[in-house]
Design a protein. Structure first.
Length: 192
């Protein structure tokens, strides 16, 4: 494995807001076709196998509360590499069709970044686009998490799952969640 690269595997989750299609990429432990159902699976951090579709659907189910009803998580694609220097190769696709359930109005071009410390003391990040964020744009720490945020946090750090940082260790603790307006999205949406 190449240090801090997207290997041995990662998941790309495609979602659509009312403004634009987006994708998020989350590194995982090694994927294995024989460890789950039709989409394969992973060895979780505490040892038992977890089905890939179950793990991804559970994460998106937690995430949907943070996105408005105009957002839909369309699908997920699992990628692996044959070797550390090989190209990313798609190995499984999962249809999701999960709509957001957030009730607060979305802020167009809002970007929220979750920063975690991994068990290897490196950084893991989750980035969300076109969602509901605090209007004061102040950082959120662990003690200030909403119930919806706490559910996402629990999914990412769970020993029963196989989410990983680019250092191939488990996301372990939340540093903070920050929000801002994305200059790239504001330009793409012609807000500037």
């Amino acid at each position: 494995m190449t240090e801090f690269s997207l290997d041995p595997a990662f998941v790309q989750i495609d979602y659509t807001s009312q403004y634009s299609p987006h994708k998020m990429i989350l590194p995982t432990k090694a994927w294995d076709f024989d460890l789950g159902g039709a989409s394969g699976g992973y060895v979780s951090w505490d040892g038992p196998a977890i089905d890939a579709e179950t793990m991804i659907t559970s994460f998106v189910t937690a995430l949907k509360a943070l996105h408005p009803t105009t957002t839909t998580f369309e699908n997920a694609t699992i990628f692996t590499k044959a070797s550390p220097t090989a190209e990313n190769h798609p190995v499984a696709a999962i249809s999701l069709g999960v709509a957001g359930t957030g009730v607060t109005a979305v802020i167009p071009a809002a970007m929220q970044t979750w920063s975690f410390r991994t068990a290897g003391f490196h950084i893991f990040k989750l980035v969300q686009l076109d969602l509901t964020v605090s209007t004061d744009f102040l950082p959120t720490t662990f003690s200030d998490l909403t119930a919806g945020q706490a559910a996402v946090y629990a999914e990412l750090i769970s020993l029963d799952k196989a989410w990983a940082g680019r250092d191939n260790t488990r996301p372990a603790s939340l540093i903070r969640i920050t929000a801002k307006l994305s200059d790239v999205l504001r330009k793409a949406y012609r807000f500037t």
